[in-house]
Design a protein. Structure first.
Length: 325
């Protein structure tokens, strides 16, 4: 699917399809946002031809069309390439479907390339994209990443409330099901933390001022970059914080479970320690030998019971002194 947004020489915003690319070529002061959603090998080949015709570097196109590639930032002769990890879907339990969104940013052109529908792209396309495009394509690209990071932040803050509920439940009545749930959250947070760390590195590099298209002498662009970096930094710190909370809850649950198991083993040890000597005495005098002298003693039975009771009482007092019971 191809969508375009053109801000012409008179400042009018026009949305359409591929036909606006030719209008943009013939208007030297116009600006264009070309959004490509590529599905299937045939669409990829067609999109590659279109990107090459617009001056995009072939290595950047290769990175954009790879199924798996970490976020990156690279500058070419006449454009900057940013590979960003966007969102196809996301919820408050951190179930998310990420996708790579590639930005080819030129003086008058922004190309966004992604394999699935993008929540951030759709949201911005339907609102005030023309305002940012009219100022500069780099600002629109920053606004797209800002919108995407806002969606990340929105759901991660919702997850904070959910995690707080899980924490209360596991302290009240922990279970293996909750343990599996926390392990799943921990795994998702590791992946999110990796993504946010990449994004924070990209925004830090853009703020360095080494990229001509991201001219920090423009106050509005500098503020957007600073705000974007702060948001990536916050996302990274929140993901790390919630990861630590999940890890601490898991460790705490395992410690409580281990303590309960130790108490059970202690009780079993006490029972075993008491009944082993009693079982020995009962077995010794229960053997079917014809001659066992003590069996012929008139009070032998009561003496044996007394000895067994003394042993049991002595062991109980000893374990009591050791604070095992």
């Amino acid at each position: 699917m191809i969508r375009t947004l053109l801000v012409d020489e008179q400042g009018q915003a026009i949305s359409g399809g591929l036909e606006l690319v030719e209008c943009w070529r013939h208007q030297s002061s116009s600006r264009l946002w070309l959004d490509l959603q590529s599905e299937g090998e045939l669409a990829k080949r067609q999109d590659r031809e279109l990107l090459e015709s617009l001056g995009c570097h072939r290595l950047a196109i290769d990175d954009a069309q790879r199924d798996r590639h970490p976020p990156k930032l690279e500058e070419f002769d006449d454009h900057v390439f940013i590979l960003y990890r966007g969102i196809a879907s996301f919820d408050s339990e951190l179930n998310y479907d990420p996708q790579s969104i590639s930005f080819f940013i030129g003086q008058r052109l922004l190309i966004s390339y992604h394999p699935q529908p993008s929540v951030a792209v759709n949201r911005l396309f339907e609102t005030n994209a023309a305002t940012h495009l009219q100022r500069c394509p780099a600002q629109l690209a920053m606004r797209l990443m800002h919108t995407s990071s806002g969606i990340y932040l929105e759901h991660i803050l919702e997850f904070e409330d959910h995690l707080s509920d899980v924490e209360d439940q596991i302290m009240a009545r922990g279970s293996d099901a909750m343990m599996r749930e926390l392990m799943a959250y921990k795994s998702r947070l590791v992946k999110l933390r990796r993504i946010f760390n990449y994004h924070e590195s990209i925004s830090s590099e853009l703020r360095s001022g080494d990229y001509e298209l991201f001219n920090l002498e423009r106050d509005d662009l500098e503020h957007i970059l600073t705000d974007l970096h702060d948001r990536f930094e916050r996302l990274n710190s929140l993901a790390s914080l919630f990861y630590d909370i999940c890890r601490d809850l898991i460790d705490g649950y395992l410690a409580v479970t281990s303590h309960q198991l130790n108490n059970t083993m202690r009780v079993l040890t006490v029972i075993t320690a008491i009944f082993v000597p009693l079982s020995f005495l009962a077995g010794l005098y229960g053997m079917n030998f014809e001659y066992i002298p003590e069996l012929r003693t008139h009070d032998g039975y009561f003496v044996l019971l007394g000895v067994m009771a003394s042993i049991a009482t002595g062991l109980l007092l000893w374990f009591r002194r050791l604070r095992w019971i």
